[in-house]
Design a protein around this ligand. Structure first.
Ligand code: PGA
Length: 254
């Protein structure tokens, strides 16, 4: 069964006022959209969101306790969040988050019933080469370490090549397509998913959504959704303009 496509807005640490957050969220009206505002605006957005769902950009791996400055996954759920992003490349590079940390977060958040968007991506400049084994190995390692001991329910993978994040330079669609199938293969191994060995990987359905993220906009969204075949998109910069984000959501064919 084909997975329903999903488009996630990652506002990061942008939109400085409640009014701005509300205005941006009010322009989004799509059942396949998920908005991940800064924590301080989650409540305001939850009151204004129409058909979309609510998510958070991070959470801690403990449910509660003496962890000054951290965010409880239970509190996020109580605020109406159904999704949480973990292991974003900015968290991995700026805040030194490791795949081990990501693994703990996934275990806690999925146990509680949150849908967890696990970000992985290349270690260095995308070489735009489908046969770039070094980068492929790196993505495989991130996936294996992050997903170790987890079960596939409520897992969503976001493939975000670091060079494409926030740069205005998305990777070529043919590389995206190759990576999409590569990640599928890795997930089949990690979760021991039974497939017909004769089956062409491009037609195999692993039932774990694999999204693309990195300089997505209304012009290129369709390419990643339908040419590369991703199950959805994680959108940063272009999600800060509610109308632009809504246009991206509208690219989903019904
Ligand atoms: P971008 O960010 O769309 O601005 O490249 C994507 C992300 O970081 O999730």
């Amino acid at each position: 069964m084909a997975i329903n496509k999903i488009i996630i807005a990652n506002w990061k640490m942008n939109l400085d006022t409640k009014e701005e957050a509300e205005k941006t969220a009010s322009l989004v009206d799509n059942e396949d959209a998920v908005i991940c505002p800064p924590f301080v605006f989650i409540d305001a957005v939850s009151r204004i969101i129409k058909k979309g769902k609510l998510g958070a950009q991070n959470c801690f791996y403990q449910e509660k306790g003496a962890f000054t400055g951290e965010i409880s996954p239970i509190a996020l759920m109580n605020m109406g969040c159904e999704y949480v992003i973990v292991g974003h490349s900015e968290r991995r590079s700026i805040f030194q988050e490791t795949s081990e940390d990501v693994n703990k977060k996934i275990k806690t958040a999925t146990k509680l019933g949150l849908k967890v968007v696990v970000c992985v991506g290349e270690m260095k400049e995308c070489t735009c080469d489908e046969n770039d084994d070094e980068n492929a190995e790196y993505i495989k390692k991130q996936l294996e370490e992050s997903l170790q001991g987890t079960s596939p329910e409520n897992i969503i993978i976001a493939y975000e090549p670091v060079s494409a994040v926030g740069s205005g330079c998305p990777i070529p669609v043919y590389v995206g397509k190759d990576r999409f199938n590569f990640i599928k293969r890795v997930l089949i191994d990690i979760y021991q998913i039974k497939i017909d060995t004769e089956e062409d990987i491009t037609t195999v359905d692993v039932n774990i959504p694999i999204l693309y993220g990195g300089s997505v906009n209304r012009e290129n969204a369709t390419d990643y959704l339908y040419e590369a075949g991703f199950d959805g998109l994680l959108v940063g910069g272009a999600s800060l303009d509610g109308e632009h984000f809504q246009d991206i959501c509208n690219k989903i064919k019904k």
